[in-house]
Design a protein around this ligand. Sequence first.
Ligand code: NAD
Ligand code: TDX
Length: 339
Amino acid sequence: ATEKRTILITGGAGFIGSNFIHYLALERPDWHIVNLDKLTYAGSLDNLDGLNPDFQYDFIQGDITDGGLLNRLHRRYHFDGIVHFAAESHVDNSIASPETFVMSNVMGTFTLLEAARKWWMPKGRSACQGRFLHISTDEVFGELGKTGVFSETSPYRPNSPYSASKAGSDHLVRSYVKTYGMDCITTNCSNNYGPRQHREKFIPTVINTAMTGKEIPIYGDGSNIRDWLFVKDHCEALLGIFEYSDPGEHYLIGANNEQNNLDLARLICQKLDEIVPSLGGKSYTDQIRFVEDRPGHDIRYAVDHSKLTGELGWKPVTTFESGLTETIHWYIGKLNKKL
Ligand code: NAD
Ligand code: TDX
């Protein structure tokens, strides 16, 4: 399974994609990685700092909706795999301006699928010569009440333009498996946290606002619940699935780590109180403020990942305590660099 491979990674300058490339540089140092990223506001080449210079890695700035570019890249590199992270990813932005979500998430995934089908199945329905791993979200299943969990059999019920666009991309991937026999796999993961996440997301927002003396914004009453997975554990799951899963599979990935937003903000503040006590001894929790709720704000997500554990033996290994501490130290380091 660890033979040399040439993999196209889309969105590798974003949060999870860049963590995945760092993970591959350590775990599969003989692979050749081509990172295609548009460098929207969410992507940053700083996220790739520190890669081993011997690692075969190329960066291409470009848009996944550009089929001509995809074909030129394939002629140059002869990809035998795609790991597809590129997407507009922030729910609040999708509420304010949904169009780019449809373009990048739906049209972008479609353009990639169409390109890969022609590269890898030139004679129509025949053995597919490459593997397409599509990274999606648990948000496609909508929201849960106080009980229950999402599983691979949960119906799709997206509630935001973001999750609807991701659901659309999942359906296209599914159709390429069923109709053309393409070797695609879809994963739906719960909320990731860790180094290199964009500051717009909740955990970086709490750390940055706390540390810079600003108000820490909690939407609504703070009772909404998310399941938080450390990004490195996600990367481990993705590599295992990419290498060992059967074609056409579908896996949910989660952490069994449900937290409500208010408790999580308090926990981060308490950790900051220990790591960087504020002058005057005030707790960062004093900066917490309730603000207007997100429209259509999903109440709760929770994920049953027992299929993945049963078939491939993966389970999350990072405790929330250690993952959060590592994350907080990473953001403090970033803030200090700016000073
Ligand atoms: P991110 O916003 O940090 O990064 C997305 C990257 O994609 C950016 O570098 C951006 O420049 C690039 N991109 C966007 N549109 C593009 C286009 N049209 N062409 C080329 N590049 C483009 O996102 P993330 O949090 O790293 O999420 C990565 C993937 O994982 C997404 O598909 C997201 O839906 C999914 N996901 C994220 C989470 C999470 O908690 N962050 C959870 C589950 C699933
Ligand atoms: O300032 C904030 N205050 C707040 O209370 C922000 C930014 C968020 N929140 C709440 C909203 C959510 O209940 O915190 C929770 C987490 O918010 P986000 O970090 O925006 O994540 P979420 O909306 O849950 O979506 C994330 O997880 C699933 C990613 O952004 C998606 O890309 C992924 O698919």
